[in-house]
Design a protein around this ligand. Structure first.
Ligand code: FES
Length: 69
């Protein structure tokens, strides 16, 4: 599913950028070699950052966060 129409960025690409270390919206766009144009996708990228980064943190060794049952 497309997250950013202006740059043709998909949810999978955003998740991959987060998996590769992007932790801020600007970092996601930088990882993908582009920049926001109209900005309508920024809230969606931020939402993905929160959910994907939290999921990654839960799987990190030594993390005190736990998945919901
Ligand atoms: S939809 Fe992403 S910059 Fe326009």
């Amino acid at each position: 599913m497309y997250v950013c129409i202006c740059n043709g960025i998909t949810e999978t690409q955003v998740a991959r950028a987060i998996g590769n270390g992007a932790r801020r919206t600007a970092g996601v766009y930088r990882h993908l070699g582009c920049a926001p144009q109209c900005g309508k996708c920024v809230p969606d990228v931020l939402s993905l950052l929160r959910t994907e980064a939290a999921a990654l943190d839960r799987t990190r060794p030594g993390s005190t966060l736990r998945s919901a049952p």
